[in-house]
Design a protein around this ligand. Structure first.
Ligand code: ATP
Ligand code: MN
Length: 467
């Protein structure tokens, strides 16, 4: 009888808790095949775990013809008896009695025939790379983190707010934006002055893809107290770095009544919770990544969980960096935007633990950050991590209408773009704070991968939009 999904058991469940002696069924993709005239061994993986289950074919029962087209990459369904595995490394294996080939894979052309491909090559076959052990592990960890993020906030009464992806305001200033339009580039409507007439466009005005959901999240916090966003954001920055994507996911909690201390406490507790969650629920995948790529992976995660983050001002950090016996690619002075070499020095060399820097010069931070009494700095907080540098950027927000307005005017942000944002400071304003966590930076840190393109299923970077 043709096998159906209802009788299938996931490989993870078979390996961990399948009853020895039971008749079982499994489906999945062939990782390896080996054997001789009398016996064939197939490693079968269905993505439920890093581990494959060994399926043993007695060649007295199966014909060579039946197994001929079962090569690496093929998809099969098997039935058989779950027996104790004589081999080391696995508790049980399947003694096959039935085989169905769901999909062949031609061994002459299947790109993942051999192990040990480079990350660069795998990026070129992003449609198949989830079949590798590495991407399976990364994608399961990515999923676990996404789930833990929702769980963390839900358990604490935060409301998940869906902020728009298409936005009519480019006030955030977090980076270059992608345009959204339905106008025909070969036949653009013009104003009498010869400029493009955006009033003819779909939204009747210029529209872009969002760089951040923060401003809208603040509107939510001013009614629901504690909200968070978790959605895609887009930056048309032409930066070909291992830490930047053109499309990435961001988590942005925004909380009424929180000052910057509360904000830092939340950010630290949140990050530790997420890392602890992965340490306990993705142990096999972490162990694999540690073994294959990064011997210090688990100890680095443990370092974050076990240590109180060091908190200090930007000014103090600049003093430390100026005194450091270190050659910088970018010079350090008060007022300079810190680069990842500086951030990593503080974290990895000076303090040997995560660091939170506060009170940055207002010139290098966004208009909405709360101004300190010194007239020079704002209540910003950046969380810096080993290997990554900035993983979170946040602040207490300016809740005073006049101060916010004067900052907006100073920076030349058109009031017509942010009138709705200013309104919250006119009607029932409240002290409030929030931060943005780049999801892929977090996955990068937790998996120990070295390029952000390898922690998202389909990376979008300059000149790369194939899959
Ligand atoms: P960076 O200086 O690294 O470019 P940023 O100052 O532009 O970061 P924010 O605008 O504060 O970053 O965004 C919040 C968070 O989003 C950052 O802390 C980081 O984790 C993440 N992030 C920012 N830009 C990108 C990007 N292009 N790709 C992936 N993650 C990003
Ligand atoms: Mn940036």
């Amino acid at each position: 009888m043709i096998m159906r999904n209802s009788e299938r058991v996931k490989v993870k469940n078979l390996l961990e808790s399948g009853t020895v002696g039971a008749e079982v069924a499994a489906m999945g993709w062939v990782r390896t095949k080996r054997g001789n005239k009398s016996i064939t061994f197939i490693a079968l993986n269905d993505g439920s775990t890093i581990n494959s289950i060994q399926v043993v074919f007695d060649m007295a029962v199966f014909s060579e013809d039946q197994l001929k087209n079962v090569a690496t990459g093929a998809c099969i369904a098997v039935r058989g008896k779950l027996v104790e595995s004589p081999g080391s490394g696995q508790r049980v294996e399947i003694q096959a009695s039935y085989l169905e080939v769901l999909g062949e894979a031609d061994s002459a052309t299947y790109p993942l025939q051999k192990k040990g491909h480079s990350m660069e090559f795998l990026r070129e076959i992003a449609h198949l790379r989830p079949r590798t052990n590495t991407f399976g592990a990364v994608l399961r960890i990515r999923h676990a983190l996404a789930f833990a993020i929702h769980k963390y906030f839900n358990d604490r009464g935060f409301i998940y707010l869906h902020t728009p992806i298409i936005t009519g305001s480019d006030a955030e200033g977090a980076g270059a934006m992608f345009r959204v339009t339905t106008l025909d580039p070969n036949n653009l409507p013009r104003t009498p002055e010869g400029k493009i007439d955006w009033s003819e466009d779909f939204f009747g005005k210029e529209a872009k893809l969002t760089v951040s959901g923060q401003l809208e999240a603040e509107l939510g916090a001013m009614a629901l107290s504690e909200v968070y966003t978790f959605g895609p954001t887009f930056r048309a920055e032409n930066s070909n770095t291992p830490r930047h994507l053109a499309e990435f996911w961001m988590i942005e909690p925004e909380m009424a009544f929180y000052d910057i201390q509360d904000n830092m406490d939340l950010a630290e507790d949140f990050l530790k919770y997420l890392i602890r969650y992965v340490l306990t629920s993705c142990a096999d995948d972490l162990e694999f990544l540690k073994k294959m790529y990064d011997d210090e992976l688990v100890s680095r995660l443990q370092l974050v969980v076990d240590n109180k983050f060091e908190r200090l001002t930007y000014t103090r950090a600049v003093e430390i960096l100026e005194k450091a016996n270190q050659k910088w690619e970018f010079p350090v002075f008060w007022g300079a935007d810190l680069q990842s070499e500086h951030e990593r020095y503080l974290v990895e060399k000076h303090f040997s633990k995560p660091v939170i820097l506060t009170d940055y010069p207002k010139e290098i931070k966004a208009f909405y950050m709360k101004q300190n009494d010194d007239g020079k700095t704002v209540r910003a907080m950046d969380v810096l991590f080993p290997k990554i540098g900035e993983i979170i950027g946040g602040s207490q927000r300016e809740e005073n209408y006049q101060k916010l307005l004067s900052r907006i005017t100073e920076l030349g942000v058109p009031e017509k773009d942010v009138w709705w944002y200013l309104d919250t400071r006119k009607f029932g304003t409240a002290p409030h704070s929030g931060f943005g966590l780049g999801f892929e930076r977090l996955v990068l840190f937790v998996t120990g991968m070295s390029n952000i393109r390898d922690v998202i299923p389909f990376p979008r970077t300059p000149k790369n939009c194939e899959f």
